[in-house]
Design a binder for this molecule. Structure first.
Ligand SMILES: C[S@@+](CC[C@H](N)C(=O)[O-])C[C@H]1O[C@@H](n2cnc3c(N)ncnc32)[C@H](O)[C@@H]1O
Length: 381
């Protein structure tokens, strides 16, 4: 390690402490000790600043900006479209990110929120570059850390980087939604990929009194961090922590392909007092809407000179299309269920309960599934 990267690590730790993310000495020690750039030796993708769909270009270690950029409090994308790494691309690429080094502020906020103690066994889902895995190894010792990564190439690169940092935790390649029974029971489970539903396997593999920390959301892309405690009766329950946290979704929980769009001129039309902007642009309202229509995805279309906001549930073929006529919203709906009726009903109930923020929501996971509730109300996700 050079003096330059040591100075960068110390400066990052100071910045994260000042920002309130890094709150305790053991995690500060870890951030000061683990060199993030070692986890980004393959370079990363930076967003191209231009109008239109998001494009990415590579920033490789031979670029003089690379080292300092590794110590910015930014998420750095390391894989696109499931296979493409920075060294593969010379120009620009317009596909979705599939792996990244999460922004350090969020990594340490989650590690602090995990409330670990010496001797705790931790299961991490989503090894990614391995940076957060190495922080866990520094804090707890490599023998107590298991991390699961679904992507073989990502996992191989992480294994090499974690090894360069001097740690040999239990690194597993596979679907982390199944947990890793061989290392159970765990005191803590932490997910660095997003979830639509918390797998019951994680509850089974966590000892009673243990904690599961994960970002829970859905296909309308509103989510928040939840901290569940596993109870003696084999269920888990706990609050959302607030802060509008989002992660790339666990691959098996990604939404299905859209396929053919329905005939949006068919269906029943009526006026609605709940406009798309009102229900779907605000983070918390969208979270509530998502509870009502858990299979729905959002598409925005420009048709005949006006914008249509479409919700489509590919599995049931139910759809709702909203458009603004002057100041009034109209909804057309088709398929076996009325998606917008469900959204209106849920949002109205949440508002009549005082429109509580996500930090007042709670989640329960049982063998039968998952329930998300707000004070006075109830929603299912
Ligand atoms: C945001 S990245 C993880 C960041 C990582 N903690 C770090 O510090 O670099 C999310 C990772 O989760 C992985 N992932 C997605 N679905 C998964 C699954 N079902 N099981 C295990 N890993 C998964 C992705 O391949 C990706 O590498």
């Amino acid at each position: 390690m050079t003096d330059t990267d040591k100075a960068l690590r110390l400066a990052l730790a100071e910045q994260l402490a000042e920002g309130g993310h890094l709150r305790t000495a053991p995690w500060r020690d870890a951030v000061e000790a683990v060199a993030r750039h070692e986890f980004l030796r393959g370079g990363f993708f930076e967003r191209v600043d231009a109008a239109g769909p998001t494009a990415w270009r590579s920033l490789l270690p031979d670029d003089p900006r690379w080292l300092a950029a590794c110590y910015q409090d930014e998420s750095l994308v390391t894989q696109i479209a499931g296979t493409v790494v920075p060294a593969d691309i010379r120009g620009e690429i317009l596909r979705a990110p599939t792996s990244s080094s999460t922004m350090p502020g969020l990594v340490v906020r989650m590690l602090e929120d995990l409330h670990v103690a010496d001797g705790h066994r931790v299961l991490e889902i989503g090894t990614g570059t391995g940076y957060s895995t190495a922080l866990l190894c520094h804090r707890l010792g490599e023998d107590l850390v298991t991390s699961v990564e679904v992507d073989e190439g990502v996992a191989a690169r992480a294994r090499a980087a974690i090894g360069r940092a001097g740690y040999v935790p239990d690194l597993v390649v596979g679907d982390g939604l199944a947990g890793h029974g061989d290392g159970a029971p765990y005191d803590r489970v932490i997910a660095t990929c997003g979830l639509t539903t918390v797998p019951y396997a994680w509850v089974e593999q966590t000892r009673p009194g243990g904690t599961i920390l994960a970002t829970v959301g859905g296909w309308l892309y509103s989510s928040d961090l939840a901290r569940l405690t596993v109870r003696d009766d084999g269920t888990a329950h706990g609050p959302f922590l607030g802060g509008h946290i989002s992660f790339m979704l666990a691959r098996p929980q990604l939404p299905p392909q859209l396929g053919l769009l329905p005939d949006l001129d068919a269906g029943d039309e009526r006026a609605t007092g709940l406009g798309a902007a009102d229900a779907l642009d605000d983070w918390t309202t969208r979270f509530v809407a998502q509870l009502a229509v858990r299979g729905a995805q959002r598409i925005t279309l420009d048709r005949d000179g006006r914008t249509e906001h479409v919700l489509l549930d590919v599995r049931t073929a139910a759809w709702a299309a909203l458009s603004l006529d002057g100041a009034a919203w109209t909804v057309r709906q088709g398929g076996p269920t009325r998606l917008w009726d469900a959204v209106e009903e849920h949002v109205a109930r949440w508002r009549s309960d005082g429109a509580p923020g996500l930090e007042h929501f709670e989640i329960t996971v049982t063998p039968e599934g998952q329930a998300v509730t707000w004070p006075g109300g109830r929603g299912l996700l």
